[in-house]
Write a protein that binds this ligand. Structure first.
Ligand code: LLP
Length: 461
């Protein structure tokens, strides 16, 4: 069995009490893409992360291209083994960096986009328009026109109102829009309330009862070619049961529409496959492939999936440095203040999300564990990465990797507190390069102006 440690063995790392958070050794054992080397410290693929932090400073995102390819292969293999053909359209929103889009498209993925900006990114990365689908509940006229002009594979329509608007835009442009109707299947995905999307009260999709009638109406509209249905019930889903329920409902709808004499050739099964951040069940590509095959497989459909998180979350880490260790009394855990904050990684503040944290240095990783609160420097109590986390005792200047931040990390960053966007590096085997420079602070105000009548003489700018 390959060891995750070079000359460091799991026995060199401290144990934490049973039932608590996973230990450093457990976090690493579950992540073969990471390795703690006795000399080089923590490595992603075959690159020491300390070298990247030295060169680019912190905070810095790091994404592993080899991991992205391996995960896409694993997902594809699960469908191949199940004997179920599927088109994988990477959900660009999870991480829209051009280099990531390029790696995934070279490895065979298409794209699922949700804005004109994401569509332009996908095209710029060289993704064939025929391999791009466009989802989203509030597409503007400009965005729909862009999609029509680039003849993308399909537009996932979310409402009657959008359908009518698209029809008039397509007719005006002399275009024909291939559309699928996104159906709200009224299924609770059992995930965090802020990322569940398929309950009847959620803003997404067309009600199950209306979908068949609207599909028939769509066929009669100018510039519209209805080809099928889409469903997406939420994100970070670990169990296959909600997928099965949702897909079975779509299969029923497909049969019903076909019985009424209409052709249905596509079902887009959405994204949602979860990952293991702490100890939750990891979404299983095999179970997803079987759920799709067993419910929709026999219907002669072209099937699409839109995975985001599962492909990219484990491929990324966020490196950060300890700015200060602030003690607050003998009986309270210290506040370990990092140079990464909620403006960089919003997930813990927004969803109470749990991310593993591992020191970059082998010596720091081997220190005895103690409880600490990991916080950022932003002026909000919500800027807390981890409360009461047992970690090797951290000291000022230590650097850590915040794990599984490849999805919904960099893309959700802001410049709150006038904090520039962090740098981003990509590793690939034993190579690495900077793929986004740290935003120069001046760029934060580069597009701001102070009106003449306010500026007055002598005021800068
Ligand atoms: N397709 C549609 C229509 C979606 O809305 C989403 C995600 C996906 C596919 C990809 O889902 P995934 O495979 O990544 O679960 N910011 C949140 C997650 C928001 C997900 C939004 N929609 C988080 O950090 O947990």
């Amino acid at each position: 069995m390959p060891s995750h440690f070079n000359s460091l063995s799991a026995a060199d790392l401290p144990d934490h009490e049973a039932g608590g958070d996973p230990t450093t050794a457990e976090l690493l054992a579950a992540r073969p893409q990471l390795r703690l080397d006795a000399l080089c410290g923590l490595m992603l693929e075959r690159v020491p992360l300390a070298g990247i932090a030295d060169a680019l400073g912190t905070p810095v995102w790091v994404t592993g291209a080899g991991i992205l390819r391996a995960r896409l292969r694993r997902l594809q293999a699960a469908f191949d083994e199940a004997g179920q053909a599927v088109a994988i359209h990477y959900a660009v929103k999870a991480n829209d960096h051009l280099a990531i889009l390029r790696v995934l498209s070279q490895a065979g993925a298409g794209a699922d986009v949700v804005s004109g900006g994401e569509l332009q990114r996908a095209l710029l990365a060289g993704i064939d328009p025929e391999r791009i689908v466009f989802s989203g509940v509030g597409k503007t006229d400009d965005e729909l026109r862009l999609a029509l002009s680039r003849s993308i594979a399909q537009i996932n329509v979310e409402s009657r109102e959008e359908l009518e608007r698209l029809s008039s835009l397509a007719a005006a442009a002399g275009a024909r829009a291939r559309i699928v109707l996104r159906v709200n299947p009224d299924v609770d995905a059992g995930t965090h309330a802020k990322i569940t999307t398929g309950r009847a009260d959620d803003k997404f999709g067309i009600g199950r009862e209306e979908a068949a009638a609207l599909y028939a109406e769509a066929a009669a509209l100018d510039g519209i070619e209805p080809v099928g249905f889409a469903v997406h019930i939420g994100s970070q889903i670990g169990e296959p049961a909600p997928f099965r329920t949702a897909f079975a409902r779509i299969a029923t709808l497909v049969r019903q529409v076909r019985e009424a004499g209409r052709a249905v050739s596509v079902v887009d099964c959405g994204g949602g496959l979860g990952v293991r951040y702490r100890d939750e069940p990891e979404g299983s590509p095999r179970a997803l492939a079987h759920a799709i095959r067993d419910t929709l497989g026999g219907l002669g459909l072209r099937l699409v999936i839109e995975p985001g998180r599962w492909l990219v979350a484990p491929a990324g880490v966020l490196l950060s440095r300890v700015v200060r260790v602030k003690r607050s009394g003998e009986d309270r855990p210290p506040f370990v203040v990092l140079d990464a904050a909620m403006n960089d990684l919003l997930r813990p503040s927004l969803y109470e999300a749990w991310h593993g944290v591992v020191p970059l240095g082998a010596a720091s990783a081997a220190r005895p564990a103690q409880a600490a609160h990991l916080v950022g420097p932003v002026c909000e109590t919500g800027d807390t990465l981890a409360r009461d986390r047992r970690l090797p005792a951290l000291r000022e200047g230590d650097r850590v990797a915040i794990l599984d931040t490849g999805a919904y990390g960099a893309v959700m960053s802001s410049t709150y507190n006038a904090r520039p966007l962090a740098a981003h590096a990509m590793v690939d085997g034993d190579r690495w390069g900077c793929i986004r420079e740290r935003q120069p602070v001046e760029r934060l105000w580069a597009h701001e102006t102070v009106p003449d009548w306010i500026a007055g003489a002598g005021t800068p700018r």
